[in-house]
Design a protein around this ligand. Structure first.
Ligand SMILES: [Fe+2]
Length: 134
């Protein structure tokens, strides 16, 4: 069976200082082996992304790809489910989930952290950050 389109071909990348969709990863450049460290991922760090019923970030998925391994591991999946919708209609609930997360994980190997996010109307976006062991 022929694969018509690979998902990776549809994931967009850009300079986060100029593009509002990038899930920017913030954490230490070097971490201690086997010790939990904090990772923050946020969208709209430089240019705010809308958060309305019609236009919002739906989720972030976070992965770690250890150096020398064949596959990445999923660290977490974070859903943003409130975007103003209520029984009165769009943008009437006053409740909006902000599209930013903080989590922790540990690793015994250096590697690459990869964040992928979905805007409900502008598609998939990714950002990656290399971490070393200190
Ligand atoms: Fe968008």
């Amino acid at each position: 069976m022929k694969v018509l389109k690979k998902i990776g071909e549809l994931v967009q990348e850009a300079d986060w200082t100029k593009e509002k969709h990038i899930p920017v990863i913030e954490c230490a450049d070097a971490v201690k082996a086997n010790e939990n460290f904090e990772v923050k991922v946020s969208i709209g760090k430089e240019i705010a992304h809308p958060n309305t019923t019609e236009h919002h970030i739906s989720w972030i998925s976070l992965y770690f790809y250890p150096e020398g391994e064949k596959f990445p591991y999923q660290i977490g999946r974070y859903e943003f489910n409130a975007h103003g919708a209520s029984v009165q209609g769009p943008n009437t609930s006053s409740v909006y989930t902000h599209h930013a997360i903080t989590t922790w994980f540990k690793t015994s190997k250096p590697g690459t952290i990869i964040a992928v996010s979905l805007c409900n109307i502008h598609g998939l976006w990714q950002f990656s950050k290399e971490i070393k062991l200190s």
